[in-house]
Design a protein around this ligand. Sequence first.
Ligand SMILES: [Zn+2]
Length: 79
Amino acid sequence: MLKYLLLAVVIIWLFYSPALRGKRQGPTPPPPKPSQDRAENMVQCAHCGVHLPEGEALKDGHGQPYCSTAHRQAGPRQA
Ligand SMILES: [Zn+2]
């Protein structure tokens, strides 16, 4: 009788143990790490509308991005 009780305990332990381990090391997706070569924030030239990285954009006094000095001097198209 004690043998069966022990067996039952072992079975229960085996049943719960993988479940607990499965919760701990389940297939968790890796945390999204910001990659270095991820596209930088794109802005649009206020004059011609071309998209360019914010780092390459030329800003005027109002913070409007432009693709080139010529377009910065020309100013926004709709103004
Ligand atoms: Zn432009």
